[in-house]
Design a protein around this ligand. Structure first.
Ligand code: AHM
Ligand code: MG
Length: 331
């Protein structure tokens, strides 16, 4: 039988990476990443069951104890909060589902920003959704406040997402490139499947909700219109449009195949829809670490933005370096 008996699990990978890049580190970040992977597994498990749970809901019966089923968003949020709290390494948590930040008692030295289940409106159609996260290390003087997370994206020590699709895929960066893991449900482990992932420098795919284009500024309209014209370097073919409407799924495709993804600001929502701390920043860090780029509507580097509130939004354009550079020529 042809069995690989020396696979790299996420736990092994984290420990080896710590040995390699930070041999004197305390191991707290490694422990935190370990708590995170439990949250991903638990959320993946619930998403797999969601359809059945919904069917039960439709037939009018409650679950065995008679409780009304909770929405998956709430379940994801609770799983995340509990996992971070019990890790003892997190002091500050920002969740899309919580208006205010959560400060845990105890000595945690990290802040985590998350969208526990992004794209949840797609779940009933079986479309992939995901958990997005960004991690900051706290200053030694920190007592746990909003200042711990109102920082530039360049200060994050780790970021990533887990996409719950045909399998659960975790894309992780700790600032030394991007590595992809796939959950083996039988083993209950994330296995390293895409070591040192790089995004292609160019790819003729654009991903944006064009239904909003009436409200876009003229240069955004012109840029997208030009992509739809015959391209010399594509032997006269235009770009392809691909838009799932679930950020993690759209970014996952972009990371693997290349192209450009955008959720720009427009005249009805000037900063677009996506949140800086737990949507734009983590995705921007992953893109840059994979060799791509991420900018806002003015062409400024996303990671250098400084949010003023924990739920602030920004227009965003990210993906292959060559495609983002082309967009920049329209500004
Ligand atoms: P959510 O955080 O409420 O799930 O919304 C974010 C999602 C993203 O996953 C996706 O990129 C975007 O909303 C799609 O928005 P739209 O339907 O306006 O295209
Ligand atoms: Mg979201």
């Amino acid at each position: 039988m042809n069995v690989d008996t020396d696979i790299v699990t996420l736990t092994r990978f984290i420990l080896e990476e710590q040995q390699k890049y930070a041999p004197t580190a305390t191991g707290e970040l490694s422990l935190l990443l370990n708590s995170l992977q439990f949250a991903f597994k638990f959320i993946a498990h619930n998403i797999r069951r969601a359809e059945l749970v919904n069917l039960i809901g439709i037939s009018g019966t409650a679950n065995s104890t008679g409780d009304v089923q909770k929405k998956l968003d709430v379940i994801g949020d609770e799983i995340f909060i509990n996992a971070m709290k019990s890790s003892n390494n997190v002091k500050v948590l920002v969740s899309e589902e919580q208006e205010d930040l959560i400060v845990f008692e105890g000595g945690g030295r990290y802040a985590v920003c998350t969208d526990p289940i992004d794209g949840s409106s797609n779940i009933d159609a079986g479309v992939s959704v995901g958990t997005i996260f960004g991690i900051y290390r706290l200053d030694d003087s920190s007592t746990g406040s909003i200042r711990d997370v109102l920082r530039r994206g360049t200060e994050m020590v780790a970021a990533g997402y887990t996409m719950y699709g045909a399998s659960a895929h975790l894309m992780l960066t700790t600032g030394f490139g991007v590595n992809g893991f796939t959950l083996d449900t039988q083993l209950g482990e994330f296995i390293l499947t895409q070591p040192n992932l790089k995004i292609p420098n160019k790819k003729a795919i654009y991903s944006v909700n064009e239904g909003n284009s009436y409200y876009w500024p003229d240069n955004f309209k012109k840029y997208i219109e030009d992509l739809k014209k015959p391209q010399d370097e594509l032997k006269g073919k235009p770009y392809s449009a691909r838009y799932i409407g679930s950020m993690v799924a759209d970014i996952h495709r972009t990371l693997l195949y290349g192209g450009i993804f955008s959720y720009p600001g427009d005249s009805k929502s000037k900063n677009g829809k996506l949140r800086i701390l737990y949507e734009c920043f983590p995705m921007a860090m992953l893109m840059e670490q994979a060799g791509g780029a991420a900018v806002n509507d003015k062409g400024e580097r996303i990671l250098e933005l400084l949010p003023k509130g924990i739920h602030d939004k920004s227009g965003i354009w990210l993906g292959s370096k060559g495609e983002v550079d082309r967009f920049l020529t329209y500004l």
